[in-house]
Design a binder for this molecule. Structure first.
Ligand SMILES: Cc1ncc(COP(=O)(O)O)c(C=O)c1O
Length: 486
């Protein structure tokens, strides 16, 4: 394999294209063109760097992109391997959703997305509630509550507590490559509040908005409710099919994407799609919302750079949330706005009192500033990696005849395709009556009824793994789930 790759990777050091991108592209083309096959071992970064006469860090950057996109997989000491199993490509029929209806799909909300929801076992989209550092949190909270100043009782800046906005700007610069100033950072009521706020700032009523298909069900429902015209853009193994979006609605005002881990299917938006999306936004004068809801959680390779970090046109609105990194009941999220939107959005924030409650903002800021946030993330990454592996093994052993679980090592849930002749909506409605809160993948698509048919590519289950503390719990739940496949 080492020999093979030396002939595949020919570099043009005089070209303007950066060397790490050339390496990335050559490997990708080699996999697509069949020169490299599933399971082929690729040379170590050290070996390839010395073969090519480039710095090891350059090869590492290329590998981290290939690993991030699932084109390579890392097997620890054994090295990195090509990952190219047969995967059916975006069979979803491109579809435009009808004009907003009075009753959105949230008339029947997904379990677990409403207050007081079901068991956390298998519940998607949640951090591990048993692993939250409650002691530290309550120490910081009580210290803050004891020392509130008169100013803390008064009306506060609706854009958010400035020291927190500064801490977030620093965190994003370091961990997500987002170059931003605190004045571009707005604190929101979670991502949901951010979308609501942006729909006012961008005046989305009646406008075309690209939304991934399948895509985040709460965002879809909310955009329908505010009167946006959703253009559902299919997703394949490289994420949103940008060329389909351009074909369906070239002059859309906005595209909403989940580039780090597509929600809910979990693949990363490929490098070429990222470039295509940014180029389109730049030339169409459209905005792009990057929903980076759980970009912190990757269990192999390095965290992927954010789309915002590549945004030379300043069209990307970065949206982050503390719902996965801390806990959802905080209702704290943040936006990083392009400079050209700051004034308009500041006006709207003042008009609609965007502000979040001061108490949680003070505590979160201390939590970040005193180093607890980065320690917590580090611990959660390794805990989730373990829980993911354990749950995956149990699901494979118990339900391997019925479910095919995605291979992406990231996030907080699995998207599992149903491979036996059962339909996701029937399975979910039976199983959730036992007190669980899994989701039917087909309900996250534009055409749920069709997607829910047996053997459709989006007939599947969305299953969380972060709150499964041990194998016994996983096995009990998996056996109960198995009971609905008979
Ligand atoms: C795709 C996606 N985006 C964003 C969020 C976070 O939403 P919020 O900040 O409103 O809790 C979630 C939570 O499940 C999600 O799945």
């Amino acid at each position: 394999m080492v020999k093979k790759s030396a002939t595949i990777i020919t570099l043009n050091k005089a070209a303007s294209e950066p060397i790490h991108l050339q390496i990335y592209t050559r490997f990708k083309e080699a996999v697509e063109g069949g020169l490299l096959n599933d399971g082929d071992r690729v040379p170590s970064t050290r070996v390839l760097a010395s073969e090519l006469g480039v710095a090891r860090g350059t090869v590492e950057s290329a590998y981290s992109m290939l690993l991030g996109e699932g084109i390579f997989v890392s097997k620890g000491q054994a090295g990195s391997f090509v990952h190219a199993p047969f995967r059916p490509v975006g069979q979803a029929t491109p579809a435009r959703t009808p004009r907003p209806r009075k009753t959105s799909s949230m008339a029947h909300p997904e379990p677990g997305l409403v207050a007081g929801g079901p068991s956390h076992v298998f519940l998607p989209g949640s951090p591990a509630y048993d692993a939250f550092p409650r002691k530290v949190w309550s120490r910081l909270a009580s210290r803050r509550m004891r020392s509130l100043s008169a100013g803390d009782f008064s009306y506060r800046d609706p854009l958010g507590y400035l020291p927190l906005r500064q801490s977030i700007a620093t965190y994003l610069r370091l961990s997500r490559g987002v170059a931003c100033e605190p004045q571009q950072v707005f604190i929101t009521v979670g991502y949901q509040g951010a979308l609501d706020f942006l729909s006012r700032c961008l005046g989305l009523q009646g406008k075309d908005v690209w939304m991934e298909d399948p895509g985040y069900i709460l965002a879809t429902s909310m955009l329908q409710d505010v009167g946006a015209h959703l253009v559902r853009v299919p997703v394949d193994q490289e994420g949103m099919m940008v060329s389909e979006g351009i074909r369906m609605s070239p002059h859309a005002s906005l595209a909403i994407v989940t580039p780090s881990h597509q929600s809910p299917l979990a693949m990363a938006l490929s490098w070429s799609r990222r470039m295509q999306l940014l180029d389109w936004a730049g030339s169409a004068g459209a905005w792009v919302i990057e929903d980076d809801y759980d970009g912190e959680f990757r269990y192999s390779g390095y965290p992927l750079p954010s789309l915002k970090s590549l945004d030379q046109y300043d069209r990307v609105i970065y949206a982050g949330t503390f719902s996965k990194t801390l806990f959802p009941a905080l209702r704290l999220g943040y936006l990083v706005l392009p400079q050209s939107l700051v004034d308009t959005c500041t006006e709207k924030a003042r008009l609609y009192q965007l502000g979040s409650s001061i108490g949680p903002q003070l505590v979160v800021n201390d939590f970040i500033a005193e180093g607890h946030f980065s320690r917590h993330l580090k611990k959660m990454r390794s805990l989730y990696a373990e829980r993911r592996e354990m749950t995956r093994k149990v699901l494979r052993d118990v339900l391997g005849n019925h479910l095919e679980i995605n291979a992406h090592k990231n996030g907080t849930h699995f998207a599992a395709k149903i491979i036996s002749p059962h339909t996701d909506q029937a399975i979910v409605s039976g199983f959730n009556q036992l007190g669980y809160g899994i989701h039917a993948l087909s309900r996250w698509t534009a055409n749920g009824a069709q997607s829910s048919r047996a053997h459709s590519s989006h007939n599947g289950l969305i299953i969380g793994f972060t709150n499964i503390a041990n194998e016994k719990t996983a096995e009990h739940a998996a056996r109960q789930l198995q009971g609905f496949f008979t």
